[in-house]
Design a protein around this ligand. Structure first.
Ligand code: DGL
Length: 266
């Protein structure tokens, strides 16, 4: 592993772009290779076996492209395939996930009644509750699967009345009554952060997952001497297993015109 290698980031679709953007903001000199598995989304509705196989195929591909780090920018893939990705990658690259850094932050934070919204496959795994309570058993974690949010975002309806209605319906469920903070346990959901904050009128803390993940990764890369030199002009390459207009729009919004987009079926 050396500092000049790119960072690989993957998700089922546009969600991981929230993490990739946080990495770009914090580490603008790093090359990023992104894989969006749009052909197979939503991961949240798939079986653990299917999710493991998608995550392994993508990780193998990112290793072939010589990535020094693989960021599983997907809670559903982290919850269901982290061990498999770690086994496959071994010591060829560093593996980062989007759940452990959040669990650490939440377990040490002030919240005692923490809400979690995520895909069905993430909630069913129970990983968030287990990881948070393993560090701090005094925190209650109130989980709710919110499967309609990913299609709303992938279809480009984030700023539409549909989004507000779906958010309002989910967040009013009894499972989330009396929470003091909320984890957006799907990397797609920060794309609805404003709408979610508006629902709560800023009365609860919404955890900024992409930033926490990027900061954790930057710290580890720095400790290992794996940060790209600061005067390097970063390149961004996006692979998609199915090219969608919404992905192109959001990628351009986050990365400007510096990006290359390519269809890749694994
Ligand atoms: N963005 C993903 C996550 O963090 C998965 C969404 C999906 O494909 O269901 O869980």
């Amino acid at each position: 592993m050396h500092a000049k290698q790119p960072i690989g980031v993957f998700d089922s679709g546009v969600g991981g772009l929230t993490v990739a953007k946080a990495i770009k903001t914090l580490l603008p000199q790093e090359d990023i290779i992104y894989f969006g598995d749009t052909k197979n989304l939503p991961y949240g509705e798939k079986s653990p076996m299917a999710i493991k196989s998608y995550a392994q195929n993508i990780s193998r591909f990112l290793l072939e492209l010589n990535c020094k780090a693989i960021v599983i920018a997907c809670n559903t893939a982290t919850a269901n395939a982290l061990q498999e990705v770690q086994d496959l990658v071994g010591n060829k690259a560093l593996v980062f996930d989007v759940i452990q850094p959040i669990a650490q932050t939440v377990a040490q934070g002030p919240g005692r009644n923490v809400g979690l919204i995520a895909t069905k496959a993430t909630v069913n795994s129970g990983v968030y509750k287990r990881s948070i309570q393993a560090i701090n058993p005094n925190i209650a974690v109130h989980e709710l699967a919110t499967p309609l949010l990913v299609p709303v975002i992938e279809e480009g309806f984030s700023k539409h009345l549909i989004a507000q209605t779906v958010i309002g319906t989910y967040l009013s469920q009894p499972a989330l009554a009396n929470i003091d903070s909320l984890i957006l346990g799907c990397t797609h959901y920060p794309l609805l952060a404003d709408e979610i904050a508006a629902f709560y009128q800023n009365k609860i803390t919404v955890i900024d997952s992409p930033n926490i993940v990027a900061q954790h990764m930057a710290k580890v890369l720095a400790e290992k001497g794996l940060l790209q030199s600061e005067n390097h002009q970063a390149v961004y390459h996006f692979y998609l297993s199915d090219i969608t207009e919404n992905f192109q729009n959001i990628a351009k919004k986050f990365f400007g015109n510096q990006l290359t987009l390519e269809l890749k079926i694994l």
